[in-house]
Ligand binder design. Structure first.
Ligand code: ADP
Length: 467
C-alpha cells in the first residue's frame, strides 16, 4: 500500500512536470507561429499600400531627377557623391507625401501603427556603349541610399523584397558625341515591427490567461489529491492502531474470563464453594472491565454537540480544589503534585462530571507520559477562567502537537515505550471543553514536558443565573 501510494505520487508529479513542459513548449510555439503569421499579414498589407500607381509615380520622379544628372557626372561636372546625393535628396523631397500616403494606407488596410516601412537603393550600375560597367553603389558593401518611409537599421528589419529597374539615357559626351548609357538600379524594401513581442502578447493574452488558469487548476488538483492521499493514509494508520490497541485491551479480560469459566466447569470447583465463588467474582470483575472499555469507546467518541450537559452554577476555584484533592488521593508517591489555585468567587455554569473527567484525563496523561512533577494552576485572565496542567514528561513534537486532539490519534511509540491507550482521551477533553464554549490547547517541547490549557469564558452561563 505504501509503495503503491508513493508510486502514485511520483507518477502524478512526473505527469505534472511533463504536462507543464509540454504546455510551455506549446505556448512558446503558438507565440512564435503567431509572430510569424503577423509578419506575413503585415507584409501583405504593406504590399497593398506601396504597390500602387501613386507610389510608383513618386518613385519614378525621383529616379528621373537622378537620371537627368548622370550626363553632368559623365562629363565631370559633378562627382559621384554629388550624383548619389541628388538621388537621396530627390527621394527625400517625395518622402513627406509618401509617409502621408502610407499612414492613410495603414488605416485602410488595418495595419498596426507600429509597423514601419523603408525603401532604399542598394545597387546602381552604369554601363557604357562599350559594355564597361561602373559601380556607383555596391550591395552589401556601400552604405545604401535611403529613399522612402522611416529610416531604421536593416538588422532590426525584415526584407520584404528587391525591385530591379533598367533604363537607358542618351546624352552628349565631352567629345560632343551622342552617347547612350544603361542604368541598372536595384531597390530593397524592408519592414520593421516595433514592440513585436508586446503586440503578439496582447493578442494571445486571453489564451495565455486560460492556459495559466488551467495550469493552476491542475496543480491545485494534484496537490489536493496528494494531500488527500496522505490524509486517508493517516486515518487508515490511526484506525489500524486503534484496532490493535483495543484488541490488546480485550485480550487480558477475555483470557481471564476463559480461565475462570474453565475453573467453574471443573469438577473440582463444583465441590468447592470457595473456588466457585472466586471464579464468579473474577467473571464479574472482567465483565465489568469489558463493559467499562466499551463504555469508554462509546462515550469518549461523542462529539461536543452530542454531549448533554447537566450544568449547575459552581465557584470554579472550589470545584477545582475538590477535583485536585480527589486526584491527590490516587497519585503514586513518586509523583509530586503541585497546585496553585486562585481563590475567586466567580460562579460559572458547568457540568461537574464532564469537566472533572477532562481535568482528570489530562492529569492522568501527565503521569502516563512520564511526568514526575505535575502542577495545576487556576487563575482568571482577561475574560477567561484558565486551568493549566504542566508536566515534565516526554513532551510532544511540533508535528504531533497539531494532531493530538484528533479522534483515535496516538503518537507512535513502536520503538520505545508502549503507553497504553485508545487515543480518545484528548479528543474527548476537547469535545467537553468545546461543549462549555471553551478552548483547549497545548504548549510542549519534546523531552521537556507539556503544558495543557483549558480556558472557559467568564461570561459562560451568566444568562442562566439571571433567570
Ligand atoms: P491516549 O492517552 O489514549 O494515547 P490521548 O488522546 O489521551 O490518548 O492522547 C493522545 C496522544 O497525545 C498520546 O498518545 C500521547 O502521545 C500524547 N500525549 C497526551 N498527553 C501527553 C503528555 N502529557 N505528555 C506527552 N504526550 C502526551
Amino acid at each position: 500500500m505504501q509503495i503503491k501510494s508513493k508510486a502514485l505520487i511520483a507518477g502524478a508529479i512526473i505527469a505534472l512536470i511533463a504536462l507543464t513542459t509540454m504546455q510551455g513548449y506549446l505556448t512558446f510555439n503558438t507565440f512564435d507561429l503567431r509572430k510569424k503569421s503577423f509578419a506575413v499579414e503585415s507584409r501583405t498589407k504593406i504590399g497593398g499600400i506601396v504597390s500602387t500607381s501613386y507610389v510608383d509615380s513618386l518613385s519614378w520622379y525621383y529616379r528621373m531627377d537622378f537620371v537627368k544628372k548622370i550626363p553632368d557626372y559623365k562629363t565631370g561636372k559633378i562627382t559621384k557623391d554629388e550624383l548619389l546625393l541628388e538621388l537621396e535628396n530627390a527621394a527625400k523631397a517625395r518622402n513627406v507625401k509618401f509617409l502621408d500616403y502610407y499612414n492613410q494606407g495603414k488605416s485602410h488596410f488595418d495595419l498596426d501603427e507600429r509597423v514601419l516601412f523603408k525603401k532604399e537603393a542598394s545597387t546602381i550600375q552604369l554601363i557604357d556603349k562599350n559594355g564597361n560597367t561602373e559601380d556607383l553603389l555596391i550591395e552589401n558593401k556601400d552604405e545604401p541610399i535611403f529613399l522612402l518611409g522611416t529610416d531604421f537599421i536593416n538588422d532590426d528589419g525584415l526584407l520584404i523584397n528587391n525591385w530591379n529597374w533598367t533604363f537607358d539615357e542618351d546624352f552628349i559626351n565631352s567629345d560632343q558625341e551622342l552617347e547612350n548609357i544603361v542604368i541598372k538600379y536595384r531597390a530593397s524594401l524592408y519592414m520593421k515591427i516595433l514592440d513585436w513581442d508586446k503586440i503578439i502578447l496582447k493578442q494571445l493574452l486571453l489564451l495565455f490567461f486560460i492556459a495559466f488558469l488551467l495550469f493552476v487548476f491542475v496543480i491545485t488538483l494534484v496537490t489536493y489529491s496528494i494531500r488527500n492521499l496522505f490524509k486517508i493514509k493517516r486515518i487508515s494508520d490511526i484506525k489500524t492502531d486503534f484496532i490493535n490497541n483495543i484488541t490488546h485491551e480485550l485480550k487480558t479480560p477475555l483470557a481471564t474470563l476463559s480461565i475462570a469459566t474453565k475453573t467453574l466447569t471443573n469438577k473440582f470447583a463444583k465441590d468447592n464453594k470457595e473456588i466457585a465463588q472466586d471464579s464468579i467474582d473474577t467473571i464479574n470483575r472482567q465483565n465489568k472491565r469489558l463493559q467499562n472499555l466499551i463504555d469508554q469507546v462509546v462515550d469518549n467518541s461523542l462529539g461536543y454537540n452530542d454531549i448533554d450537559l447537566n450544568s449547575e452554577s459552581v465557584i470554579l476555584s472550589e470545584f477545582i480544589t475538590e477535583v485536585c484533592n480527589d486526584f491527590a488521593l490516587t497519585t503514586p508517591s513518586n509523583i509530586q503534585f503541585l497546585r496553585s489555585i486562585e481563590k475567586t468567587k466567580i460562579e460559572v455554569s458547568i457540568d461537574k462530571f464532564y469537566l472533572s473527567t477532562a481535568i482528570i484525563n489530562i492529569l492522568n496523561n501527565a503521569i502516563k507520559f512520564e511526568g514526575t512533577v505535575i502542577k495545576l494552576t487556576y487563575s482568571t485572565i482577561d475574560n477567561w477562567h484558565r486551568i493549566t496542567i504542566k508536566d515534565n514528561g516526554i513532551g510532544i513534537s511540533k508535528t504531533n502537537k497539531k494532531l493530538i486532539f484528533d479522534k483515535f490519534f496516538r503518537v507512535s511509540e513502536k520503538n520505545t515505550h508502549d503507553y497504553k491507550g485508545l487515543g480518545l482521551g484528548l479528543y474527548y477533553c476537547n469535545q467537553i471543553v468545546k461543549a462549555h464554549h471553551g478552548i483547549i490547547d497545548v504548549v510542549s517541547k519534546l523531552n521537556e514536558g507539556s503544558t495543557f490549557y483549558i480556558k472557559i469564558p467568564i461570561d459562560h452561563g451568566k444568562e442562566n443565573f439571571i433567570s
